[in-house]
Ligand binder design. Sequence first.
Ligand SMILES: Nc1ncnc2c1ncn2[C@@H]1O[C@H](COP(=O)(O)OP(=O)(O)OP(=O)(O)O)[C@@H](O)[C@H]1O
Ligand SMILES: [Mg+2]
Length: 274
Amino acid sequence: MTQSDITGPLLSVRDLHIRYETGRSIWGTPRYGEVVHGVSFDVKRGQTFGLVGESGSGKSTIGKAILRQIPVLRGSIRFDGKNIADWPAGRTPLSYRRAVQVVFQNPRLSLNARMQAWDTVAEAVRFHLGLRGARLKDRVAQLFSDVGLPTQLGSRYPDELSGGQQQRVAIARALACDPELVICDEAVSALDVSTQAQVIALLRRLQAERGLSYVFISHDLGVVRSLCHSVGVLQKGRFTDLGPVSDVFENPQSPYTRALLDAIPRFPGRRESA
Ligand SMILES: Nc1ncnc2c1ncn2[C@@H]1O[C@H](COP(=O)(O)OP(=O)(O)OP(=O)(O)O)[C@@H](O)[C@H]1O
Ligand SMILES: [Mg+2]
C-alpha cells in the first residue's frame, strides 16, 4: 500500500453509471434503463457518508455496486486505491468480501429464521476467519459484547428477539470478519425511535473503536445529520447536493434538497435560504 492509499479516502467513486436490464425485444435483445448517471463521491477512513434521496433515486443501487452485486456500466469505484469496478463479474476476492459488509433494513428478513443468534454469528466467523473450538467461542462472545447483546440471547431464533436485538445480531455478523467499510442500507429505518437511537449510538461507538467507515443509506435526514460526516442527496440517479453535512444541511444549493429539508418539521437548526 502506498502512502496516498493510506492517507487518501477509503472509497472513491467517480462518474459511476449503472443500468438495469428492463426487458427484451421480441428478438431477445436486452433493453436497458440507466438509473445512476455519473455519480462521484468519497468515503473517508473512519467516517460516514450519507446517501439520501427519494424512493427509487438509486441509493441501494449504488450500495449494491460497491458490494459488487450488480455490474457497473461506466466509471470507477476505487477501494484502497484499487478499481473494483474493473474486476470480472463473479470474481470478487475474499479479501474484498471481508473488507466490505452490509447491514439491511429488515433484520427479520436478512437473518436466517431457523438459525439461533449465536450460530448466525459463529457461522460468519468460521467462514471468514476459519476459527474453531475455544477461539471461535471467544470471538463470538466478544462480538456479542461489542454490539451489546447478552450471550444468554445466543440460543434465540430471530422471531424470539426484538427488532433492535435482531439488528444487533446482523451487525455482529457483519463485524465478524473485521470489515473496513459497512454499507448500512436503511439499517435503522424499521426500528422505533428509541431503539433507533440505541443502534445509532452503537454504530457510532463501533466506528470510534474500530475506525470503521460507513455508507449510510437513509431517507431520514434527521438521522443522517446526526450520524454522517458528509452527504450526497440523490435525485433520479444524480446528486443535487454533495458535501460536508453542515454545508448541505445549512446551505443547500438545489431546490430539491431545500424541499427535502423543508419537509421535515422537526428541523430547527437550518438557515433559511434565499
Ligand atoms: N433489479 C432491477 N431491475 C430493474 N430495475 C431496478 C432493479 N432494481 C432497482 N431498479 C430500479 O432502479 C431505480 C433505483 O432503485 P433503488 O432500489 O436503487 O432505489 P432506492 O433509492 O434505494 O429506493 P428506496 O428508498 O425505495 O429503497 C428504481 O427506478 C428501481 O425501480
Ligand atoms: Mg433502497
